[in-house]
Design a protein around this ligand. Structure first.
Ligand SMILES: Cc1cc2nc3c(=O)[nH]c(=O)nc-3n(C[C@H](O)[C@H](O)[C@H](O)COP(=O)(O)O)c2cc1C
Length: 387
C-alpha cells in the first residue's frame, strides 16, 4: 500500500524515482527537448488566483459531473499513458480498475502492455480507447473493431504525434537500445537497471518486455516494442483520416492534442464530440503554450458546441477547479496517477485519485461553491493579457 506520508501528488514522485530504474522513471517524468513546456504546464496554474465567497454554509458539495454522456464522481479522467506496464506489473489493468473504483473513466493508450479486452473487463467504469494509427490501416481497423466489440465508451484520436518528440533523457538513458537493441547494445545501459532489483524481479515475473497486444499486424502478429518510434513516425493522422475513422467507429470521437481555436473548430466540424486541449504533457513540440493558457482560446472558438477537456500539469485538486472555472468540462491526469502507479501499483493510483478528489471538495468548500456545475470565471482572477 502507498505510504501514509503521501499527502499530495508530488510526494509520489520521489517514491516512483526510488522504485524505478532511471530509464523508466525518466520516460515517465521527462519531456521533449529543454522541457520548457513541461515545466510551464505546471507553473501556469499559479497565474490563476481564486476569488472565494466566504461565510457561506455548504451542507452538501456536489463533485459529480457528466463527461461524454457518462457520470463521473469528480471531473478528472485518467489520461492515456503508454508503457504503463513497464512502471508496474498492474499496468493498464490496475489503473483502469482503480479508475472504476473511484467512479471515473480510464483512457487506454494504443501503446499498452495489456489486451484492451482485459483492461475493459477490469474496470467498473467507462473505458475509452486512445488511437495511434500504428502498424498500418489494417492493424488500426482491427483494433477499432475490437474496441467497439469490447464496449469502449469513446475513441480518443491523438493528433499531436506525427513523430515522437525528442525526449533527451530517453536518448541518454538508452531507452531505444534497452527496449529493442541487441545484448551488446544494451550492455552500457544495464548498470542503471540492475541497481533496482525489486523492479527487475517484478518485471521478470511479469514476463519481461511484452509485445503490443493491441497493435496486431496482419500476417505478423502483435507489434514488437522495438518498432514503436518508427511506427509512430509513419502513423501521422490527418483530418482526412478522420473521415475514414468515422466510418469504422459509430460512437463518440474525441480529438486530443488541440492547442488553437482553429484546430478546435476543425475538430468540431469533423464531428468530434469533445476536444482535449493538450500538448501531450510537454512530450511533443517543446515551446508550445502550456495547456491551461491555450484553454480560453479554445473555449471561445468552440462556443459551447462540444465538451472541452484539458490536460497538462494537473497535480492538485485546485488545478482541476481552475481548469473548470476557465471552461473545461473535466481534466485528464497523466503523471499525477502514473507516479502513484509506479510507486505502488493499483493502490498508488487509488491513493492519487483519493488525494485529488479530496482536494477538489476542500477547494470548493473554501471557495464557497456548492458544486462543480456552479463553477465559472467569477471564482478566479486571470491575468489581463489572457482575456
Ligand atoms: C509516460 C507517458 C506516456 C504517455 N503516453 C501517451 C500515449 O500513449 N498516448 C497519448 O495520447 N498520450 C500519451 N501521453 C500524454 C498523456 O495522455 C497526457 O496528455 C499528459 O500526460 C498530460 O500531462 P501531465 O502528465 O502533466 O498530466 C503520455 C504521457 C506520459 C507522461
Amino acid at each position: 500500500m502507498a505510504s501514509p506520508h503521501v499527502v499530495c501528488i508530488d510526494d509520489f514522485r520521489p517514491q516512483a524515482r526510488r522504485r524505478l530504474p532511471r530509464p523508466v522513471f525518466d520516460y515517465l517524468d521527462g519531456g521533449a527537448d529543454g522541457e520548457v513546456t513541461l515545466r510551464e504546464n505546471c507553473r501556469i496554474f499559479d497565474d490563476i488566483t481564486f476569488r472565494p465567497r466566504h461565510a457561506v454554509a455548504l451542507p452538501d458539495c456536489n463533485l459529480r459531473t457528466r463527461v461524454l454522456g457518462f457520470d463521473v464522481s469528480f471531473p478528472a479522467l485518467l489520461a492515456p499513458v503508454g508503457y504503463s506496464r513497464l512502471m508496474h506489473p498492474d499496468g493498464e489493468v490496475g489503473a483502469a480498475r482503480a479508475a472504476g473504483l473511484a467512479g471515473t473513466a480510464y483512457i487506454l493508450s494504443t501503446i499498452s502492455g495489456h489486451r484492451l479486452e482485459d483492461v475493459k473487463a477490469a474496470s467498473s467504469g467507462p473505458v475509452c480507447f486512445q488511437l495511434y494509427l500504428m502498424g498500418g490501416r489494417a492493424a488500426s481497423e482491427a483494433v477499432i473493431e475490437r474496441a467497439r466489440v469490447a464496449g469502449c465508451a469513446a475513441l480518443v484520436v491523438t493528433i499531436d504525434t506525427p513523430v515522437a518528440g525528442l525526449r533527451e533523457r530517453d536518448f541518454r538513458n538508452g531507452m531505444k537500445e534497452l527496449m529493442g537493441g541487441s545484448l551488446l547494445d544494451k550492455i552500457p545501459f544495464l548498470p542503471q537497471i540492475v541497481v533496482h532489483p525489486g523492479w527487475v524481479a517484478s518485471f521478470l515475473l511479469d514476463g519481461g518486455l511484452s509485445k503490443l497486444p493491441n497493435v496486431v499486424i496482419p500476417g505478423k502478429g502483435p507489434m514488437e516494442l522495438v518498432d514503436v518510434s518508427q511506427a509512430l513516425a509513419s502513423a501521422t493522422v490527418t483530418w482526412d483520416d478522420l473521415k475514414w475513422i468515422r466510418n469504422l467507429w459509430p460512437g463518440l470521437i474525441v480529438i486530443k492534442g488541440v492547442l488553437t481555436g482553429d484546430d478546435a473548430r476543425r475538430a468540431v466540424d469533423e464531428g468530434a464530440a469533445a476536444v482535449v486541449v493538450s500538448n501531450h504533457g510537454g512530450r511533443q513540440l517543446d515551446g508550445v503554450r502550456p495547456s491551461l493558457r491555450a484553454l480560453p482560446e479554445v473555449v471561445a472558438a468552440v462556443n459551447g458546441r462540444v465538451e472541452i477537456l484539458m490536460d497538462g500539469g494537473v497535480r492538485r485538486g485546485s488545478d482541476i477547479v481552475k481548469a473548470i472555472c476557465l471552461g473545461a468540462r473535466a481534466v485528464l491526469c497523466g503523471r499525477a496517477y502514473a507516479y502513484g502507479l509506479a510507486a505502488a501499483g493499483q493502490a498508488g493510483v487509488t491513493r492519487a485519485l483519493e488525494i485529488l478528489q479530496a482536494d477538489v471538495e476542500r477547494t470548493l468548500r473554501l471557495l464557497g461553491c456548492p458544486s462543480i456545475a456552479a463553477l465559472d470565471r467569477s471564482y478566479v482572477d486571470m491575468p489581463a493579457s489572457w482575456q
